[in-house]
Design a protein around this ligand. Structure first.
Ligand SMILES: C[S@@+](CC[C@H](N)C(=O)[O-])C[C@H]1O[C@@H](n2cnc3c(N)ncnc32)[C@H](O)[C@@H]1O
Length: 259
């Protein structure tokens, strides 16, 4: 399939599957979980003061609410969404654009954000090269990606190899609904792809609340009784923090600072 066709299929998929336009940073009211984002930013030593921030695959643009008092925020997505109402002044912009052909000049942004979008890009190496092109020297990337270097990865492999899911489509989100494109993300793959584009400094952390899905992805299976899922989640939550500290890849998501 040629690249333009893949992009068109992705665009239509996310118009249809609204429940999949989410990330671990969305709270129950479909707004940004500001506390979580601030906590992760601190853990990864990320400061956004006076920075030009580019949010690639920004979905509804919810992250803009974090940058309301910051210098400059630009959100790009394949789909333009009506929910993006935060455009207050000339410092916040939102546009339809493909991550593989960013419509901005070289060396323009201080921070590139890919919050649960990078795993869907058809040509991921091309995307990293494009990010490198638009990032100023000294800039950094904040990446939030699903992570399959755990039991969820074994399930993904088996479901795609022996089950009813096509290659690169399994993910546990929205009760195991097939994605249009969900690459097999692991910490090694992140390092290989971004390293291939010339990035050399990588820091990452896991997400303690998602250790349970990384290790027991059946808690989100549609046929698992909710009462069991909730009991398992509560039990694992008692030990999730230390597990995540020593083994960040036990979690379903990893969060990265890349330079
Ligand atoms: C799982 S959603 C995440 C949205 C948002 N970042 C968030 O955290 O809520 C993935 C988003 O990536 C967008 N996307 C996928 N492929 C893209 C591409 N090649 N270029 C730009 N956006 C893309 C989709 O349209 C979708 O809005």
């Amino acid at each position: 399939m040629i690249e333009e066709e893949k992009i068109q299929k992705l665009r239509l998929f996310y118009q249809r599957e609204k429940a999949l336009v989410t990330s671990p940073f969305i709270d129950d009211d479909l707004k940004l979980n500001q506390d979580l984002f601030a906590r992760v930013s601190r853990s990864l030593n990320m400061s956004f003061q006076d920075k030009i921030v580019l949010d690639i695959g920004c979905g509804s643009g919810m992250l803009a609410s974090f940058f309301i008092d910051h210098k400059f925020y630009i959100g790009f997505d394949l789909n333009v969404r009506g929910s993006f109402k935060i455009l207050r002044d000339n410092s916040h912009h939102y546009a339809q654009a493909n991550a593989l052909q960013l419509p901005i000049a070289d060396n323009t942004v201080d921070v590139a954000v890919c919050m649960d979008s990078f795993e869907h890009f058809p040509d991921q190496l091309a995307a990293t090269v494009e990010i490198r092109r638009v990032l100023k020297p000294g800039g950094f990337i904040f990446l939030s990606v699903p992570n399959y270097a755990n039991i969820a990865g074994i399930v993904k492999f088996c479901c795609e190899r022996f089950g009813s899911y096509e290659k690169d489509t399994w993910a546990p989100f929205d009760y195991w609904k097939a994605e249009e494109l969900e690459h097999f993300m692991t910490p090694g793959r992140v390092r290989r792809l971004f390293g291939g584009a010339g990035f050399s400094t990588f820091t990452h952390i896991g997400f303690d609340r998602e250790v349970v899905v990384g290790l027991i992805p059946w808690v989100w299976h549609p046929k698992t009784p909710r009462i069991f899922a909730s009991a398992i989640s509560k039990t694992v939550s008692l030990v999730a923090k230390p597990i995540c500290k020593v083994w960040p890849a036990s979690s379903l998501h990893t969060f990265w600072r890349i330079e």
